[in-house]
Design a protein around this ligand. Structure first.
Ligand SMILES: *Cc1c(COP(=O)(O)O)cnc(C)c1O
Length: 375
């Protein structure tokens, strides 16, 4: 069976976790600090704050951006549902906008949904493909909005020659095993704002005024205070130890993923009943997922195609979901119809892509896909 994805973990990840466990310091300690420093260096951001996952990162981003019950935040319905949920955690209203052919937010539809209550735009870099950050930054300046990036899938991707993580003040990443590098579960926020970084470090640890590392190293007794309503959104040092080693492999992983994607693009370029993903100038994706859109003239339905691929021992997945059609949002969205997002979600298929993927398996995917789509 060819799986849809597989994390690239090796003995160096395991050894660093092992060594960390034996130090006796296994949460929110020196390894977390080291991972944060290396992550900031990698992305080019001033600060990086490690968290338990990307969903908690998005929640803290909402809090430091001071988004609350009076506010609206615009995001795509077409995204993993955590994007939309994070807005509701702070009592704000999630407002869905449509996406373009690369599954990224349609700026004109976003513009049409801005009103006096709009406080922020939550921009998703879909399955690793950067959105047009500069255009959205400009829109935010015009309307005095805050830009928050959901870069859950976009570690190692680049926009206008710079790594995702450096372009705005709240960029949220995930290290779930379905992403390009993993710590089991885990998350990170990058920012250039020291006040944001400091507050998020307090919020993630129950609102405590002093962190354990500082208290441990102090030769004076420090009495902590809990300065505001906080959370337990800590990353463990065991996770961070794995993350440090994963980060060292990230460029290799992205390079190799790009070679596989290139093979798919070449092999499928003359099939006219599909639309392939496209990397425009100035955009460099990590290909967290490879999604193909089946045009209406396709001789096979998406669901049939998935089953036939599975019959040939090739796992596929439906494309990116829509949130507004999920049960948790049906009442909330009150019958909202989003034709473009729904069509893209219903007609897209994800193909296997991971490193290392045997050339024989890449060939098997290509041969079977072509056979079934042109039958
Ligand atoms: C995976 C994902 C999340 C959630 O990340 P977790 O680390 O699992 O909380 C949020 N947004 C998007 C776009 C994702 O793909």
């Amino acid at each position: 069976m060819i799986p849809i994805a597989k994390p690239y973990l090796d003995t160096s990840d395991a050894q660093n976790a092992y060594d960390t466990i034996l130090t006796g310091w296994i949460t929110q300690g020196p390894k977390v600090k080291e991972f944060e420093e290396k992550f900031a260096e990698y992305t080019g951001a001033k600060h990086a704050v490690a968290l338990s996952n990307c969903t908690t990162a998005l929640h803290l981003a909402m809090i430091v951006a001071e988004i609350g019950p009076e506010d609206e935040v615009i995001c795509p319905s077409m995204s993993y549902i955590a994007t939309a949920n994070a807005i509701r955690y702070v009592g704000a209203k999630t407002v869905f906008a449509e996406v373009n052919e690369q599954y990224n937010l349609d700026i004109e539809d976003v513009r049409s949904k801005i009103n006096a209550r709009t406080k922020a735009i939550l921009l998703v870099h879909q399955i690793g493909m950067p959105a047009d950050i500069a255009a959205f930054k400009q829109l935010c300046v015009e309307h005095k909005l805050i830009l928050i990036e959901d870069a859950a899938c976009a570690i190692g991707s680049e926009y206008q020659g710079e790594k995702i993580g450096v372009h705005s003040d709240l960029v949220c990443f995930s290290f779930h095993p379905r992403k390009v590098i993993t710590t089991g579960d885990g998350g990170m926020i990058t920012t250039s704002r020291e006040d944001f970084a400091n507050r998020m470090r307090v919020l993630r640890q129950h609102g405590m005024s002093v962190n354990d590392r500082v208290r441990h190293l102090s030769d004076k007794v420090i009495m902590e205070d809990h300065v505001e309503l906080g959370y337990n959104y800590r990353m463990t040092d065991i996770q961070a130890a794995v993350g440090i080693k994963q980060l060292e492999k990230l460029d290799l992983i992205v390079t190799e993923r790009r070679k596989i994607a290139e093979q798919y693009l070449q092999a499928f370029k003359n099939i006219d009943c599909i639309r392939l993903p496209k990397e425009e100038n100035g955009y460099r994706t990590n290909w967290q997922s490879f999604s193909i859109y089946l045009k209406p003239n396709c001789p096979i339905s998406r669901d049939e195609l998935m089953q036939k691929m599975l019959d040939n021992k090739i796992a596929t997945r439906r494309g990116i979901m829509t949130s507004h059609r999920e049960t948790a949002y049906k009442e909330y969205c009150n019958g909202l119809v989003m034709p473009i997002s729904e069509d893209l979600a219903d007609r897209s298929i994800l193909l296997p892509l991971y490193y290392p993927m045997a050339q024989e398996d890449i060939n098997t995917v290509i041969v079977n896909f072509i056979k079934m789509i042109t039958a």
